[in-house]
Design a protein. Structure first.
Lengths: 346, 590
């Protein structure tokens, strides 16, 4: 197993290197550029465009830009003042030394920008996924056990609706219902806040945090819930018709034990693998949920960076996101082997 | 079972870690001090006097869709940076909604009459002597002096780390006379000299607080400024909110009138509007036409609307052939004849567009000189007259073909048989109103036998420099549609950038239509004077030429408005600045 992990990690390094080249080329080759801003920026004169390009490192050929992005330029002399003479060392240390550069938009270190957003996204998405799983598992099990019952039909209908409803629409509807229409009877205030992570200026309170979580988690979890419950229902249906369950029942094993010990454990294995593959969303966030509920997460950061051609931020989100996907895939494979003794990678 | 327990533990641990990881970024504000100097009074932020009426709201909430890039509006000019900047930093002078410049840090505005402006007739050079108010201090008690102005000038002009601002190319130096007086040397007359270090985009930065080695664009004080304005930044939680508190050392006695201001980041337009209706927000900066229309009957909300916006929706003709940047050597076969451009203007029903798409808030505009103080030229509004348009096109040699699309028949600018068909391009970020406008224009043109094929691209593609494949700088377009206009109240630099012959060179200016007119060049040159009568005369002559030649067709001014709760007094939209231009005057209604 150790050998397998080492081999996969080595593959991951090579994969990341190749991906970084592809990402860099795609981001830079996309038409347009970061200097085509709005307002006054559109009317800056040519010499200023040239100076900005020099300052941002955009005046170099793409290969050189990639090398600087990867290994920095503090080991080579650069021309900062535009006199054509490379006379001072650069300040970039490169991604390999944990320097993702500076955001073109805010001029802040990219890792700082991401560091401010990642905790918010982890916070929201992990709870969203947890809630989705916590509801989806019993719903999926009952749905499978009571196949074609009114409960099953209802759940199936709701599941399809849950998958079909767009996040942004559902989010707005939830805001109208719980923020505009429904009121807290004791205070007369809206029942739930419209967005944000907490009440600005208020002392820390778990209740306040939870109140701010309810709507984005509801809007975000519904799709996952539908997806997981349908998956588990199908998985359970596969399992409960297996011979070994019939044998267990014939041996007099209680039904509860048959379902929860023998059936559910096996039915959950593919679900856990699926969940592991979904883990990158915990980093990547959900753009529409974050936008509707004013949640300062990674999805919004990426969306805005893409619109404004903020190359350093885009590259960092893409590369770190890719890393999450690779690690999650590895984790899924390892979990699979861990949970299913029939699987061996050696 | 132990295996499953481990998995549950893993998931629980992950959630717990994320919850814990969330705490610092949410609960802790960013440190207020930049890298070098930390004024003692900044930590903690000065405490406020208790509000006179406990039941009165303490904080005013402004909702905007994204974080300000920084407090330095000279760099990105997203508008949100200017919003934050004007809450906490001051320039030498500001422009009011009527276009009148008034002193802020300056004791008075320098003019030729009061001896503050001296022009050397021989060389044409201009010296402007400013005197600072003696009673303005930074939040740490340090006086604002000439050293701060010179520091700001040197930061802007630093060849490695500086950033261009309008007019700075004409400045040859700034000299200190004493702590309150300094002189700005211009190589030639610059009419906008009053807002060189002021207006919407530029403020004076504290020398003792900002770290010059970090550079004007990147310095920490651009995100954690030391105030001399009405408010002090107390907390900036990126992506969520900025909290400001009243600056007790603000120079205007009794101001600001509100204890604290929160800028809340709310990306979705509908949610911003709902928050204002529900009383959880007090100001929506830059209310759209849809929002203004939605709110017009809400008794708890008012919308402050400027007479016009600075942005005018307009059509930009490429007078060179698509893909070329030389209109003389390679003229556009469709648009080169001014009669054709006149016909297109006559074919467009501006009133229909403003009424149906822009909720009646857009104001028809047909001259560059539509805003005070230079809106005195008598240019008749063109009529919507499709029959006249057809007649003009016939006269220009474009006759209706078998398929209803006009084609060249002795049209002088194209080969016979050439169809009058082109790409009408706009940018996608503006959204539905612009797309609908584009469609209505195409329908109008279709009625007179012109086929406009619609397409949209991102602004970052449309306006990029030529090396980045910018559509306009490479001349790779036929007819563009978008909103544009000049910041501040002086159109001279804008006219140079858009209509001067030198600005037709790729990547030099924004004369993307490559329209060359020597008379216009002379008039623009002549507008660089301080004689207002001469300037007004030059502008009106330009207006006449532009009306006849139509290098661009101006359609209408979009809405410049800020929506606000009726409990707030003093909010006034300012087309020359941003809503926070008079934040010190805001109060809560009693």
């Amino acid at each position: 197993m150790t050998q397998y992990i080492v081999r996969r990690l080595a593959q991951a390094v090579a994969m990341m290197f190749l991906l970084s080249i592809v990402f860099f080329a795609l981001v830079n080759l996309a038409p347009g550029g970061p200097l085509a801003g709005y307002g006054n920026a559109r009317r800056i004169p040519a010499h200023e465009v040239a100076r900005l390009k020099r300052q941002l490192g955009l005046d170099k050929p793409m290969l050189v830009q990639y090398v600087v992005w990867l290994v920095g330029n503090d080991w080579m002399k650069v021309d900062l003042d535009g006199d054509g003479v490379a006379d001072s060392y650069g300040a970039r240390r490169g991604v390999l030394r944990a320097d993702f550069g500076y955001s073109f938009r805010t001029r802040q270190p990219v890792l700082k920008e991401i560091g401010q957003r990642v905790p918010n996204t982890l916070y929201l998405m992990s709870i969203t996924l947890f809630v989705a799983l916590a509801i989806a598992i019993p719903v999926g099990v009952i749905s499978a056990l009571k196949q074609y019952s009114p409960f099953d039909f209802t759940v199936t209908t709701l599941a399809f609706a849950g998958q079909a409803l767009p996040d942004f629409w559902l989010g707005l509807i939830l805001i109208i219902v719980f923020y505009v229409w429904l009121r807290n009877p004791s205070t007369g205030e809206p029942l739930l806040p419209s967005g944000g992570i907490y009440t600005i200026g208020a002392p820390f309170s778990i209740a306040d945090r939870l109140a701010h979580l309810v709507l984005p988690v509801m809007a975000g979890a519904l799709g996952w819930l539908a997806w997981y419950s349908r998956f588990l229902r199908s998985s359970m249906l596969d399992v409960i018709h297996q011979d070994y369950l019939r044998t267990a029942r014939a041996k007099g094993v209680p039904e509860r034990t048959v379902i929860f010990k023998h059936a559910l454990r096996n039915a959950l294995i593919p679900l856990i693998t699926l969940f592991a593959l979904d883990l990158p969303y915990i980093f990547g966030g959900a753009v529409f949920i974050e936008m509707i509920f004013s949640w300062p997460g990674m999805g919004l950061l990426y969306y805005q960076a893409a619109l404004q051609r903020d190359y350093p931020v885009l590259m960092a989100v893409l590369v770190i996101g890719a890393l999450f996907i690779i690690v999650s895939n590895l984790l899924a494979d390892l979990l699979y082997a861990y949970l299913d003794p029939r699987i061996h990678y050696d | 079972m132990p295996r499953h327990r481990n998995v549950s533990l893993f998931v629980s641990l992950l959630m717990l870690l994320s919850l814990l990881a969330c705490q610092p970024s949410i609960a802790q504000p960013e440190p207020l001090s930049p890298a070098t100097l930390v004024p003692q009074t900044m930590e903690p932020a000065p405490t406020l006097a208790p509000p006179p009426q406990p039941e009165a709201p303490k904080s005013l909430v402004i909702v905007i869709p994204e974080d300000p890039p920084s407090f330095n509006a000279a760099i990105a000019d997203s508008g949100y940076d200017a919003l934050a900047m004007h809450l906490s930093l001051l320039g030498m002078a500001e422009i009011d909604p009527q276009g009148v410049v008034y002193p802020v840090l300056a004791a008075e505005l320098p003019t030729q009459e009061n001896g503050g402006v001296v022009i050397d007739d021989a060389s044409g050079a201009m010296d402007v002597t400013w005197t600072l108010r003696p009673d303005v201090t930074w939040a740490d008690g340090t006086p604002v002096t000439t050293d701060d102005v010179i520091f700001t000038y040197e930061a802007i002009t630093n060849p490695d780390t500086g950033f261009w601002i309008p007019g700075i190319d004409l400045v040859t130096g700034v000299d200190k006379i004493d702590d309150q007086k300094f002189v700005v040397h211009f190589s030639s007359v610059y009419p906008s000299y009053l807002t060189l270090f002021g207006g919407r985009q530029v403020v004076i930065w504290p020398k003792h607080y900002c770290d010059a080695t970090q550079g004007f664009q990147n310095w920490d004080c651009g995100r954690q400024p030391l105030s001399d304005g009405p408010y002090i930044l107390k907390e900036w939680v990126t992506g969520d909110h900025l909290t400001f508190e009243r600056n007790p050392k603000y120079y205007e006695a009794g101001k600001p009138g509100i204890d604290s201001i929160i800028i809340k980041i709310v990306p979705d337009t509908t949610v911003r509007e709902t928050m204002l209706r529900q009383g959880d927000a007090d100001i929506i900066m830059w209310a759209t036409e849809q929002v203004a229309d939605d709110l017009k009957n809400d008794s708890n909300v008012k919308v402050s609307i400027s007479d016009t916006n600075r942005f005018v929706m307009r059509l930009f003709f490429n007078l060179a052939a698509k893909g070329s940047t030389d209109a003389k050597a390679d003229p556009n076969p469709l648009f080169t004849d001014p009669l054709v451009r006149q016909a297109i203007r006559s074919a467009i029903n501006v009133d229909q567009i403003t009424g149906s798409v822009w909720h009646g808030f857009a104001v028809p505009v047909w001259s560059e000189f539509f805003r005070p103080p230079y809106n005195k030229c008598e240019i008749a509004r063109p009529k919507y007259d499709p029959e006249a348009a057809k007649s003009m096109l016939d006269r220009a040699g474009w006759v209706v073909g078998a398929d209803g699309i006009r084609e060249c028949k002795s049209c002088q600018t194209a080969k016979d048989g050439t169809k009058f068909q082109f790409e009408l391009l706009t940018y996608s970020e503006y959204g539905e109103p612009l797309i609908l406008t584009q469609q209505l224009i195409a329908e109008n043109l279709k009625e007179v036998g012109i086929q406009a094929d619609l397409s949209q691209v991102q602004g970052s593609v449309m306006w990029a420099d030529s090396a980045s494949g910018g559509i306009e700088q490479t001349g790779n377009f036929e007819l563009d549609l978008y909103d544009d206009g000049y910041a501040g109240s002086d159109p001279t630099d804008f006219l140079y950038q858009y209509y001067y012959s030198a600005s037709a060179d790729p990547d030099y200016g924004w004369n993307i239509g490559r329209w060359i007119n020597p008379s216009m060049d002379e008039l623009i040159d002549s507008a660089y004077t301080l004689n207002e009568a001469d300037r007004q005369s030059a502008f009106c002559q330009m207006a006449k030429i532009l009306d006849e030649e139509l290098p661009q067709i101006l359609l209408f001014s979009t809405l410049n408005a800020d929506a606000y709760a009726t409990r707030v007094n003093g909010v006034q939209a300012n087309v020359n600045s941003v809503v926070s231009w008079n934040a010190a005057d805001w109060t809560f209604a009693k």
